[in-house]
Write a protein that binds this ligand. Structure first.
Ligand SMILES: [Fe+2]
Length: 376
């Protein structure tokens, strides 16, 4: 890396490395400077775009819903395997069961940051920043516009993905004014894994990047390999945070959902429910109270463990409790929870501030009658 940015940085043969600024919010927020063997602009062919919009089946509704997430059919191809189930103008909630690694193309989501929660499977996410190994319980956060390739070691992979049209960040209340995670945060910088093993690939040929932009998929062919970066620095890059590194905040009486918060955006929050000790007031009720969160739709993705407030829960299930009507523990769950010392539950919650719509894929995997499951 040259001592000064925007100065000459030469290859062993005397030619210049190509500097690339990867910036956010125009040039007014975090950015990264990358040094490439070749310019990232060498397009050799563009194909006609293809439609890649989710197919919305129910635009408006007011009912508790339950989806059997593991009933989403596995597909060989990574992009084809992604099925948007709940969507709005702020985010798409996607389930995927890809069987094979991406080998003949790269993917870039030019619209959305991506949060890929790995429920089952292990592998490596490769970008021009290096490699991120991932496995069970990892949140992989990929800034929009990052070109990536996913390689799996496994073929029975299960992913819960949020495509976010707003930048994904840590909760503001956990950040110092200069951007450090503070002492009261349930995780810290040491828990965050950054790209490693940077390998600059010097190759010419025909490299296909599938770019998603405004619901269309554009196949753009480049002359040089997209991972030809010899060095980079800056604050915009993909990273991994494991749900197993989230340190739960507990109390004498029931703590509200924000204690589980892991990420935030301007339009929704992400919470991690992890194994923890229950409330320790002698009269405490560990089960949650009934609640009317009138300003947000609540999406709960069940990962593992026991789920004390619900009956009939399966791994990979999504329950959607829409804003406007209250929800709470199933009959008997409150009484049953009294005296319990700990929970092994593992779940990811996404609360959106605007209502979600259900897609055709969601209706195909719906558990009917969930809305009536509280009646005795
Ligand atoms: Fe809730």
């Amino acid at each position: 890396m040259p001592h000064k940015r925007h100065t000459q940085f030469r290859k062993p043969d005397g030619g210049l490395y190509a500097e690339e600024l990867f910036s956010t919010e125009g040039f007014s927020n975090d950015y990264t400077l990358l040094y490439r063997i070749y310019e990232p602009t060498r397009i050799i062919r563009c194909e006609e775009p293809v439609n890649d919009m989710p197919r919305v089946a129910e635009e408006k509704m007011l009912k508790h819903r339950s989806l059997e997430g593991f009933n989403v059919k596995p597909e060989d191809d990574f992009l084809k395997s992604r099925k948007a189930v709940l969507v709005n103008g702020d985010c798409h909630i996607v389930l995927a069961a890809p069987r094979k690694s991406m080998t003949d193309y790269f993917f870039k989501n030019a619209d959305a940051d991506e949060m890929i929660f790995v429920h089952e499977g292990t592998g490596v996410l490769t970008t021009c920043y290096g490699e991120l190994r991932f496995g069970y319980g990892d949140y992989i956060v990929i800034p929009r516009g990052t070109t990536y390739q996913v390689s799996f070691d496994t073929d029975n992979n299960r992913l819960f993905i949020v495509e976010s049209f707003h930048p994904i960040r840590y909760p503001k209340r956990y950040m110092s004014k200069y951007g450090q995670l503070m002492e009261h945060a349930p995780f810290c910088e040491r828990d965050i894994r950054v790209p490693e093993n940077l390998k600059a690939i010097d190759q010419k040929g025909d490299f296909l990047i599938k770019n998603r932009k405004k619901g269309l998929l554009y196949n753009v062919h480049y002359e040089t390999h997209p991972f030809d970066v010899v060095g980079w620095d800056g604050c915009c890059y993909p990273y991994v945070f494991s749900i197993h590194d989230f340190e739960p905040i507990t109390g004498r009486v029931h703590q509200p959902p924000p204690v589980h918060q892991t990420f935030e955006t301007d339009a929704y929050v992400v919470c991690s429910f992890v194994p923890r000790l229950y409330d320790y007031h002698p009269q405490a009720i560990p089960a949650p109270y009934n609640h009317s969160n009138i300003d947000s739709d609540e999406v709960l993705y069940y990962v593992d463990g026991d789920f004390m407030s619900r009956k009939h829960v399966t791994r990979g299930m999504i329950n959607l409790h829409p804003a406007g009507i209250p929800h709470g523990p199933h009959p008997g769950a409150v009484e049953r929870s009294i005296g319990a010392k700990e929970t092994k539950e593992l779940a990811v919650m996404v609360d959106t501030f605007r209502p979600l719509q259900l897609t055709e894929e969601a209706l195909e995997i719906e558990n009917q009658g969930y809305v009536m499951s509280w009646a005795e």
